[in-house]
Write a protein that binds this ligand. Structure first.
Ligand SMILES: Nc1nc2c(ncn2[C@@H]2O[C@H](COP(=O)(O)OP(=O)(O)OP(=O)(O)O)[C@@H](O)[C@H]2O)c(=O)[nH]1
Ligand SMILES: [Mg+2]
Length: 397
């Protein structure tokens, strides 16, 4: 992993610098505001400093020798990185609670580790000839347990711990190990993919996924934000004609938001809608919740998606964070056979653990996009934040 810091006037500018130097795969690990110092500080604006990272196996754009680009480990693995961030997807009242929970957990982790190490030292006194235990192993085991208790698949937890183990110095501090696991997690979660407005319009955004996960509600949340915040020209289509209530549900949101809505029964209807909405920015397409086990429903969905050219469409697979991992594996497998998609996880407010988000990201390699955190339209949705998820994966309950 290569880590560098970039300072600029805004987060966006700093990210541009990072991508210019480290390539498009650079991921933000941490963002902090640096207050100006010195006698002119009143006249200077604060700077934004981002810490960006790329994996070693991703080609580094400016091919400099590795030693130059890798910061010394002490700075790389600054444990403060874990705590100084806000948790954007916590409601503000929960923020303080959340970060004190992290600290408490980390303290516990440290206490546990010390106990474990002391126990080992006692044994060592009795058996002086025993080989010196590698203290990293005890710590790695604790963090591994922590990930697994947050529902991270043991296979992925193992993979991360092996990768970390190989890159650690003997007897690294617990903070260093924790920080490097955190950085790995953030890198693996990747940069979120969200809906972007462009001149190449209209964009057809399909929401697919199992029944009752929150597809229609999520469309209403996103559409509302793009209309209010970006003044985008938006239309709704629904191909969910299996239930009258389903059309009415989307129609209600369309009326509230003042957006046109069309119901799609056939591929011809889809073609007509494409002409009708040719000068719109975004056309959200709601689909019926499908059982991933039903072959015919699967084929219908595939035909619907293929009625729009790949460069004109984006597909968001909506999954509930409360679904069993085993079922999520099956569902994503079925949808992967149909098309490439981005991932939205709903109902995070109904579960304590975010391990499944990590697992499904690892399994499908599909970009993460949004998470939803309640039933309120439009507020209960946020762009996925890899840093926040990584912290949750390392935190106790
Ligand atoms: N707790 C919670 N409930 C949610 C969330 N998102 C949606 N819901 C609720 O989940 C239920 C189903 O939401 P819909 O939007 O109708 O789900 P859908 O995927 O369109 O359902 P079908 O069209 O029947 O497949 C509703 O009661 C929503 O209010 C969320 O983030 N948290
Ligand atoms: Mg629906």
């Amino acid at each position: 992993m290569i880590i560098k810091k970039f300072q600029a006037n805004t987060e966006k500018e700093a990210m541009v610098l990072a991508k210019e130097e480290m390539g498009k795969d650079a991921i933000v690990m941490n963002i902090k505001t640096i207050a100006p110092k010195g006698i002119f500080k009143l006249f200077r604006k604060p700077l934004v400093e981002i810490t960006a990272a790329v994996d070693e196996n991703v080609t580094y754009k400016n091919e400099r020798p590795k030693e130059e680009t890798t910061l010394p480990p002490r700075r790389n693995l600054n444990p403060d990185i874990i705590y100084e961030e806000d948790e954007p997807f916590e409601q503000s009242k929960e923020k303080a609670e959340a970060s004190s929970a992290i600290e408490e957990k980390l303290n516990n982790l440290q206490n546990l580790l010390e106990k474990q190490l002391n126990a080992k030292e006692t044994i060592e006194v009795k058996k002086p000839k025993a080989p010196e235990p590698n203290k990293n192993i005890a710590c790695i085991q604790l963090i591994y347990n922590q990930l697994v208790s947050n529902d991270v698949d043991e296979v992925y937890a193992n993979q991360i711990m092996n990768e970390i183990d190989g890159s650690l110095k003997k007897d690294s501090s617990i903070d260093m190990i924790l920080a490097s696991v955190y950085q790995k997690l953030v890198l693996k979660l990747g940069q979120p993919k969200t809906i972007e407005l462009s001149n190449d319009r209209p964009k057809f955004i399909f929401f697919i996924g199992p029944t009752g996960v929150g597809k229609t509600t999520t469309i209403a949340k996103i559409a509302s934000k793009y209309k209010m915040e970006h003044h985008a020209k938006i239309a709704f289509l629904t191909a969910d004609t299996y239930r009258i209530a389903a059309v009415e549900q989307l129609r209600t949101y369309a009326n509230i938001l003042g957006l046109p809505i069309e119901v799609i029964y056939t591929e011809d209807d889809m073609k007509q809608a494409m002409d009708m909405y040719a000068d719109y920015d975004i056309v959200f397409v709601d689909t019926a919740g499908r059982s991933h086990r039903n072959r015919e429903q699967r084929d219908d969905l595939e035909n619907l998606l293929n009625s729009v050219a790949e460069d004109k469409r984006e597909i968001y697979l909506v999954l509930s964070a409360t679904t069993k991992y085993r079922d999520l594996i099956k569902m994503t497998g079925v949808y992967s056979d149909i098309a490439d998609y981005n991932l939205i996880f709903t109902k995070l407010d109904e579960t304590d653990t975010v391990g499944n988000i990590f697992n499904i990201r690892m399994l499908t390699n599909a970009p993460l996009s949004y998470v939803t955190i309640g039933q309120n339209v439009p507020d209960d949705i946020i762009k996925i934040d890899s840093q926040s998820i990584a912290k949750k994966l390392l935190r106790g309950h």
